[in-house]
Design a protein around this ligand. Structure first.
Ligand code: NDP
Length: 475
């Protein structure tokens, strides 16, 4: 019998995804640019060999799949995807579906979707999260494309997706770039989550002078509470792991320079394009950039020294650690609220009709930001799908009120102690600006009118839109 689906690209993600597909009882044809990888993959497939058709040429590969053929392309993002699509196109027939499952920029996905429109072929842009483990045993899958093309692959995708209380973490989210956009924002939120954890770690390490193992204990305890999540869980694990070479905690031996591949930056760019603040993600992306300037930072420390406000002081260590837990929760709420607000604006801009409760639902398991917390977001959006901002839903408003005091105390202590907390501070700034009905932009409007005659609206609605600055502009 023919394969139900095909997959191109047997790298880390592709080979794990292929094994997952095969294991769930779906026959799959596989192809890789370098033939050796295909041979190695098949040789190591063990009991799953029966479900796998290894192919060494594109012709053989296409012929092995049942039409209309869904073909997952899981290769290096960018130009390689265009090259692979071009090489594939002439071998396909009407109705066949190319599925880009890599971390594409959604603008590329929109372009590819449109380019295939008149060819009779269809295109799906599919975000896959969960890393290697997720791909192998159950990722979270965010699909964009025509609904009809999704129905062709729904069964396979449902079988391989992660399950949260039995509910598969896969959904069709909208046309063209919707899936890759949502995956991008997922990654942006992931950047913010990771940065906020790193800042809290910094306070424990450099403020409270705790060892990696001790900090690991703190994260372990938090993972049993409201912060319960995959990222907190692995933070405990990495803090407790020893370096095989030196027997020191491994985190103490790792260089403090963070890499990035682009999805965080894209989130920030799109948020800015849409005019929606995503300050938590911005702070996180900027923090990774500063981290990479290791030599510059070391030179600057020699010239400027560390901030000299004196010792990091806390009166009650246990109470302060409780504050850190609540501060992290508050800041996390800010980052997620921003990410969802960006998606809501994009949904309008690109006519996607993104289903917010469903997005939160398919992030509850499989993906890197999976957590208990996303179940609470699912419930909040299910009750109020069109709410302006997550933080004004009743459940999250309560949570913000319960935790923002702790965030304020933690940010204050860190700032006075000279410890950098750009993401935590950004969340506090966001809450404090967003909840204040009368802000300070009146002065900005006055300045803009003064130097550029831009005009302003008045609080009393009177019909006088320029200030008395002289030169005939006044009321
Ligand atoms: P790998 O580096 O492990 O594999 C890269 C694959 O791309 C190989 O199969 C390689 O083939 C193929 N490839 C590279 N260039 C070309 C080309 N020009 N034409 C055809 N094939 C090409 O990458 P990953 O599996 O880690 O990542 C794949 C995609 O998944 C990326 O878009 C990545 O961003 C995304 N992703 C990765 C995650 C992860 O945790 N690693 C998580 C989620 C998404 P060959 O063997 O011939 O070199």
């Amino acid at each position: 019998s023919q394969a139900e689906i095909g997959l191109i690209g047997l790298g880390v993600m592709g080979s794990n995804l292929a094994l997952n597909i095969a294991e769930k009882g779906n026959k799959i044809a596989v192809f890789n640019r370098t033939v050796d990888a295909t041979r190695r993959f098949y040789a190591e497939a063990g009991a799953l060999k029966d479900q796998i058709v290894p192919c060494e040429t594109i012709e053989e590969f296409v012929a092995a799949i049942r039409p209309p053929r869904p073909i997952i392309i899981m290769i290096k993002a960018g130009d390689p995807v265009d090259q692979q699509m071009e090489a594939l196109e002439s071998h396909l027939a009407k109705g066949d579906i190319m599925i880009d499952a890599g971390n594409a920029n959604f603008r590329d996905t929109m372009r590819r979707f449109d380019a295939l429109k008149d060819s009779g072929l269809t295109f799906i842009g599919m975000g896959v999260s969960g890393g290697e483990e997720g791909a192998r045993h159950g990722p979270s899958i965010m699909v964009g494309g025509t609904e009809e093309s999704y129905r062709r692959v729904e069964k396979v995708l449902t079988s391989i997706a992660a399950k949260y209380d039995g509910v598969p973490c896969v959904a069709w989210l909208g046309e063209n770039g919707a899936g890759h956009f949502v995956k991008t924002i997922h990654n942006g939120i992931e950047y913010a989550d990771m940065q906020m954890i790193a800042e809290i770690y910094g306070i424990l390490r450099d403020g409270l002078k705790m060892s990696a193992g001790e900090i690991g204990e703190v994260f372990g305890a938090w993972n049993k509470g409201r912060l319960n999540s995959y990222l907190i869980e692995i933070t405990e694990k990495v803090l407790k792991a020893a370096d095989p070479l030196t027997a020191n905690p491994i985190v103490d031996m790792i260089l403090d320079k963070a890499g990035q591949k682009g999805t965080g930056k894209w989130s920030v760019i799109e948020a800015q394009n849409l005019g929606i603040p995503a300050t938590g993600i911005e702070a996180a992306v900027a923090a990774r950039s500063i981290s990479s300037m290791k030599e510059e930072r070391e030179a600057a420390e020699k010239i400027l020294g560390l901030p000299s406000m004196g010792e990091f002081k806390v009166a009650d260590k246990a109470a302060f650690i409780k504050d850190l837990e609540n501060a992290l929760l508050a800041a996390k709420i800010g980052a997620y609220a921003q990410g969802f607000a960006v998606m809501a604006a994009a949904s309008k801009e690109f006519n996607w009709n993104l289903p917010m409760p469903t997005i939160a639902k398919i992030w509850r398991a499989g993906c890197i930001i999976r957590s208990q917390f996303l179940d609470e977001i699912t419930t909040a959006f299910a009750k109020a799908p069109d709410v302006a901002n997550l933080i004004v839903t009743p459940a999250f408003a309560t949570m913000v009120k319960e935790t923002d005091g702790a965030l304020r105390r933690v940010v204050s202590a860190a700032v006075l102690g000279g410890l950098p907390v750009p993401a935590l501070a950004s969340a506090l700034g966001y809450f404090d600006s967003y909840r204040r009905g009368r802000g300070t932009a009146n002065i900005i409007q006055a300045q803009r009118d003064f130097f550029g005659a831009h005009g302003f609206d008045r609080i009393d609605g009177a019909d006088s839109h320029h200030g008395p600055w002289g030169s005939g502009l006044g009321a």
